[in-house]
Design a protein around this ligand. Structure first.
Ligand SMILES: [Fe+2]
Length: 118
């Protein structure tokens, strides 16, 4: 939720080091996730087609921001990147055990084939 009571609560009167920057980015990521949750809830809560479309569009932009921040986090702290890759591998193993197709792997041949059919 926004915190307007103190408009300077986020200001820091000095430059921050890498460790603090990483901590700040974690808060930024959490803020983006909260924004996604709110825009999504508001989009689903209205029947006004324009409001629904605008709110859903903003929600999707916030998802892009999460991607940007996660990429920045991986750059700043490679150990996070390693842990995330490890977690990703664990879930992919579970998917394989359950016979679930990995939707993040795009079938290049199918894409080329569909273009040739046109
Ligand atoms: Fe954002």
């Amino acid at each position: 939720m926004p915190s307007f009571a103190n408009p300077f609560s986020g200001n820091i009167d000095r430059k921050i080091g890498k460790t603090e920057l990483i901590q700040a980015i974690r808060v930024d990521i959490a803020s983006e996730l909260e924004a996604i949750y709110l825009y999504d809830a508001h989009s689903h809560a209205t029947d006004d087609p324009l409001a629904k479309k605008v709110l859903a569009d903003i929600r999707d932009e916030e998802v892009e921001h999460v991607g940007e921040l996660m990429t920045l986090m991986r750059y700043l702290d490679p150990s996070v990147a390693d842990l995330m890759t490890e977690g990703e591998g664990e879930v992919k193993e579970m998917m394989e055990e359950l016979g679930i197709k990995d939707a993040t792997i795009h079938d290049v041949d199918a894409s080329v084939g569909s273009l040739l059919d046109e």
